[in-house]
Structure formats: structure tokens, C-alpha cells
Design a protein around this ligand. Sequence first.
Ligand code: GRG
Length: 309
Amino acid sequence: MLQVDEVIRRRLHSQVALVNQISEYIVGAGGKRIRPRLVLLFAGALGVEGPHKHELAAIVEFIHTATLLHDDVVDESSLRRGRKTANALFGNAASVLVGDFLYSRAFQMMVGLNRLRVLDVLADATNVIAEGEVLQLMNMHDPDLSVDDYLRVIRYKTAKLFEASARLGAVLAHAAPAVEEACATYGRALGTAFQLVDDLLDYEGATQELGKNIGDDLREGKPTLPLLLAMSRGSEPERQLIRHAIEQGEVERLPDIVTIVRRTGALEATRHAARAEAEQARAALDLLPTSPQRDALLYLCVQSVERSS
Ligand code: GRG
């Protein structure tokens, strides 16, 4: 990961001062770096040597960072990674445009790898991520969203980049198709678990620990699984309160809604769904030879679900 950091620093550079300022601001805030870790761990588990894996890991982190910059504009978020968001500090236009810079820099770097398959995987993944965001936009303020439609959004907007990161480790290793699919399955399931937990932490977490504001999802009228489950388990007045809050994007009654979500066991049920996904991810690793990297991937299954930030 130190080598990935070095690639990130080197490749962030631009002749344009504001590009450097904003990209260093968001990248400098850190982040968990899970997606690049997946590239390195799968590549390492399958015996890949050399610098290409560090370049590829930096590429997925750039794409991830571009999506965060765009997402915070779309969601009008003010806190990310424990700091003011780039849009809050530099404005929406600068944030979107520096997101574009990072996104296109990632594609420049992909071309440098000279592997059409890498371009293929990431062109598809980024297209699906964008579709996921549009689907989510269409679902806003809809308290009647089905659980299946909710799951589709999180598979597109979050799990797809996890899947691509894991798959690319196998692509670099020229792995057999069955092994590549097992890696992709791991990434998809882990990414789904990760987003389920992300959604529950919006009601369970503490702003300070999370580094972002709790209740943001409700403020935007996002019908996430904790709310969908609380509506199906709550009393009629509780259901009506949540319906109204989703429709209006209203956080005035957030404390009451948090109480309902907790009392109905919706958070525990969401974590349970995340554990089931993590179990699928774990099972996909059976096809990989034993190695320290495989052990780390097993550990990630637990950590992604039991995390509190
Ligand atoms: C630029 C390809 C492209 C698309 C733009 C706005 C948008 C379309 C996509 C947003 C997708 C998105 C932000 C999904 C949420 C994924 C998610 C869980 C982000 C948080 O990931 P962490 O917790 O973040 O890994 P850190 O800060 O740790 O890096």
C-alpha cells in the first residue's frame, strides 16, 4: 500500500494549481483504501509480481475518489472523511471538474497498462456505477421501494467497483475463468455487505466516528434497508411517520425514527443481511490457494460487517 500511495502522489500531479489543491485535499484525507487493497490482495494471492498491480490499485482508488467528489455534490453533503467536503470548501463546479480530472487520469493510466481487458472491466464498471446513481435518484422519496430494487441500486453503485477491483487482481494474474469469477463473486458480495453496513451506520453510528453526518440518507429521502424493514415491522403510526419522512426528506423527527428503527430490530436485520453476503464472499475464496493474502481477504469479510466506521 505504501507503493500504491507513491503512485497516487505521482499521478495526481497536474499543471493546474486548483486540480492539485482539490485532489490533494480529498486524497490527503485518507479513506480506508479498501478497493486498492482488493486489487493487491487478489493479485498477490494469485502470484502477480511487479509494478502493474500498484498502478491498477491507484487507478481504482482514483475512480472511487472521483465518484465521491461527484456524489457529495449530488447529495449536497458537507462532511466526508472527517473533513468538510470538497464541494463545501471549493464549490460544486470545482468539485465536479476535479472528479472528471481524476476519472480521466485513471483511464490514461489504464491505457498505459496496455491490457484491453482492464479497460473493458473498468469501462463497464464505471458505466454501471453511473446507472446505479441514476436509479437511486429515481428511487428518492419513494417509501414503496421494494427490497429487490434497493439491492439492485447498491449492487450497481457500490458493489460493482469492489467486484471490478477483485476481478482485476485475477485479470493481472491471467487466472482461469472460474478463478476470475470467484474473485468477482467475492468483490460483489463484499461490496454489497459493505453498503448494507454503510446504510445501517447512517442510523446507528456517531458523526464523529463515521466522519460524515448521520441522518444524511433520511435528509435526502433515501429509502434504505433499515427504513424499509422498520416500516414493515412497525405499528401503523410508526409506518406513517417513516413514510412521511421519506416523502418529505424530513429530519425533524430523526430521533423518533432512529428509536423506531432500533426498536423494530431493523438495524440487526440489516447487519444480518450483510453477514449473509459476507459469508458468500468467504465461500468464494475456497477456490484460491492458501496464502497470507487469502487470510487477509477472509479477515476483510469480518471487518467490513462488524465495523462501526
Ligand atoms: C465518476 C464513474 C463516475 C460516476 C459518478 C456520483 C456517482 C456517479 C457515483 C457515486 C457512487 C458512490 C459514492 C457510491 C457509494 C459508495 C461508498 C460506500 C462510498 C464510501 O466508501 P468508503 O467507505 O470511503 O470506502 P472511504 O472514505 O473509506 O474511501
